[in-house]
Design a protein around this ligand. Structure first.
Ligand code: HSE
Length: 332
C-alpha cells in the first residue's frame, strides 16, 4: 500500500521543490494531493506521469492523508495543520508556527533524527539558515563541543519569496536601462547592494532571522545555553544561502582535523582546495542537497576557534530536502 501525501503551498518555490524530490524519490506513493489558495486552485501539475489538479485548501480536504507537508507560511499552518492531524496525518511544517513549541520536535535528520520518535502529530522543519548551519556545525560540535557560534549570513533574494526574486531581476534591468530603480518588497534596493535589516530589528537590535538562527540552533542541538551571535544579510544572489562562521570549541580543533571530520559527515560536501583556490559558492551549492563547507582555518585571534565558510541551497537542505528526509525516515 502506497502513502497518501499532501503538499500545502504547492505552487510556492519550496512546495514545487518538495514535489520534485518526491517524484524522484523511492517512496511508494498511492496518492499525491496538492493544495494552494483559491487563486491557484484548478491549475495542474504532473507527478509520476499522472496529472494532479491543485485544490483550494480546506480542513475537510486534508482529512485521510498519511503525511502533509506545509510550506505556505505560519498563518496557514496555524489554521490548517491541527485539522490535518485530526484527519489522521502527520504534519511536517516548514513555517515558524510551531518551531519553538516545547512539545514539537525541530528536526535536522543529520543532527537529531531521534527526536522524530516523540512528535505529537506535528514535526517542525527549521528555518533555512538554521538548517544549513546545523548540518555544517554539528559534526564539529560532536568532536570538540562548540561553545560559541558567531555567524554572518549572505542570504539569496529567493529566500524572501518569488516576488523578491522578481524585484532583484527587475532592478538589474532598470539599472541597465538607466531607469529609476523601483523598490517594493525589500526595505532597500537589492540590486548592487547588501543590507542586514531585511526584517525590522527588535529592542535588542537583532532582526527576526537572527533570533530564529540562535533559538533554533540551540533547540536542534539540545544545547539551551549555546552562545550564538548572528548577523543575517540579504545579498543579490538568486539562489542558495552562504554563511561565514567562527566557532569557539572546548577542545582545540585544527583545520586539518575539522576537514577530516567534515569529509565523513552526512549531508556535508567539503569544498576546500587552497591550491586550486576553490571554495564554496552559492552558485555551486544551488540545486545540491549537500551543504558545501570550506575555507577551514584556525582563528589566530583565539586559542580554540575555527573559521569556515558554508553555502547551502536554502530551498533544498534549508527546506524541501530536509522535509523529505524527515518524511522518508518516518515512512521507513
Ligand atoms: N528566512 C529565510 C530568508 C527563508 O529570508 O532567506 C528561507 O529561505
Amino acid at each position: 500500500m502506497g502513502l497518501r501525501i499532501g503538499i500545502v503551498g504547492a505552487t510556492g518555490a519550496v512546495g514545487q521543490e518538495a514535489l520534485q524530490l518526491l517524484e524522484l524519490g523511492a517512496l511508494s506513493i498511492a496518492e499525491i494531493r496538492l493544495f494552494a489558495s483559491v487563486r491557484s486552485a484548478g491549475r495542474v501539475r504532473s507527478f509520476r506521469r499522472e496529472t494532479v489538479r491543485i485544490e483550494e485548501i480546506s480542513a475537510e480536504r486534508l482529512a485521510g492523508l498519511d503525511y502533509v507537508f506545509f510550506s505556505a507560511g505560519a498563518s496557514i499552518s496555524r489554521q490548517y495543520a491541527p485539522a490535518a492531524v485530526k484527519g489522521g496525518a502527520i504534519v511536517i511544517d516548514n513555517s515558524s508556527a510551531f518551531r519553538m513549541a516545547r512539545e514539537i520536535p525541530l528536526v535536522v535528520p543529520e543532527v537529531n533524527a531521534k527526536e522524530l520518535g516523540r512528535h505529537p502529530g506535528i514535526i517542525a522543519n527549521p528555518n533555512c539558515t538554521a538548517a544549513i548551519l546545523a548540518t555544517a556545525v554539528w559534526p564539529l560540535h560532536q568532536a570538540a563541543i562548540v561553545e560559541r557560534i558567531v555567524v554572518a549570513t549572505y542570504q539569496a533574494a529567493s529566500g524572501a519569496g518569488a516576488k523578491a526574486l522578481a524585484e532583484l531581476d527587475a532592478q538589474v534591468r532598470q539599472y541597465a536601462a538607466g531607469e529609476e530603480i523601483r523598490r517594493k518588497v525589500f526595505p532597500e534596493q537589492i540590486a548592487f547592494n547588501v543590507f542586514s535589516h531585511n526584517t525590522p530589528v527588535d529592542d535588542s537590535g537583532f532582526n527576526e532571522e537572527e533570533n530564529k538562527v540562535a533559538q533554533e540552533i540551540r533547540k536542534i542541538f539540545g544545547e539551551p545555553t549555546l552562545g550564538v551571535c548572528a548577523t543575517c544579510i540579504r545579498v543579490p544572489v538568486f539562489r542558495a544561502h552562504s554563511e561565514a562562521v567562527v566557532l569557539e570549541t572546548r577542545r582545540k580543533l585544527s583545520a586539518e582535523e575539522a576537514r577530516e571530520i567534515l569529509s565523513h559527515a552526512p549531508g556535508v560536501a567539503v569544498v576546500d582546495d587552497r591550491k586550486a583556490n576553490r571554495f564554496p559558492t552559492p552558485l555551486e551549492a544551488a540545486g545540491k542537497r549537500e551543504v558545501l563547507v570550506g575555507r577551514l582555518r584556525e582563528d589566530p585571534s583565539h586559542p580554540r576557534a575555527l573559521a569556515l565558510f558554508v553555502s547551502g541551497d536554502q530551498l533544498l537542505k534549508g527546506a524541501a530536502w530536509n522535509a523529505v528526509q524527515i518524511l522518508e525516515l518516518l515512512a521507513a
